[in-house]
Design a protein around this ligand. Structure first.
Ligand code: S3P
Length: 174
């Protein structure tokens, strides 16, 4: 048993804000994998995609995921939307944490949230219309849900304020 909390879920599901609020509530530290990669590599995620390509990003992401997990320095980790879906990352994550939390958000809610902030998200920045974004998310989630569903705790986030989400997570932690 350990008490590391790992937050996973699609882009826009609220992983980073939940990690931040949860860490202040639990008076513990947290780290965001994307921010850690950007800081350590000295380059934005968008530019890694642009200059080195997605495969390079996924290898870099895997390397920092392992570093963070092995360091045992952090109590809460928020991952990138794709992190659980490459290599055997989800197995590795579940090996280090009993408290993997999937923030599950509906396709329509994600579409609304992501349409207004897609510019810095290389996976969706090229999608022009809301309808196409909705179709893309539906297909992408269909592929990714099998990884996300390996989380021990699943929290539906639609129409919930952050305090409600935090409360539900706290009630389910081991
Ligand atoms: C990605 C999600 C992003 C970031 C990268 C790829 C994905 O993280 O890691 O742009 O494949 O879903 P957020 O979920 O924090 O936006």
């Amino acid at each position: 048993m350990n008490n590391l909390i790992v937050l996973i879920g699609y882009m826009g599901s609220g992983k980073s804000s939940v990690a931040k609020t949860l860490s202040s509530k639990l008076k513990t530290n947290h780290i965001d994998l994307d921010k850690f990669i950007e800081y350590s590599e000295g380059i934005s995620i968008s530019n890694i995609f642009k200059k080195k390509g997605e495969i390079n990003f996924r290898k870099t992401e895997r390397k920092y995921l392992e570093n963070i997990l092995k360091s045992k320095k952090y109590s809460i980790i928020s991952l990138g939307g794709g992190t659980p879906c490459y290599f055997n990352n989800m197995e590795v994550i579940n090996k280090h944490s009993n408290n993997t939390v999937f923030l599950r958000t509906s396709i329509n809610e994600l579409t609304e949230r992501l349409f207004i902030e897609k510019t810095n998200r290389p996976i969706i920045s090229h999608i022009e219309s809301k309808k196409n974004l909705n179709d893309f998310i539906a297909k992408h989630l269909f592929e990714r849900n099998k990884f996300y569903n390996k989380a021990r705790i699943i929290i539906d986030t639609d129409k919930k304020i952050i305090d409600q989400i935090i409360l539900e997570i706290l009630n389910k932690l081991t």
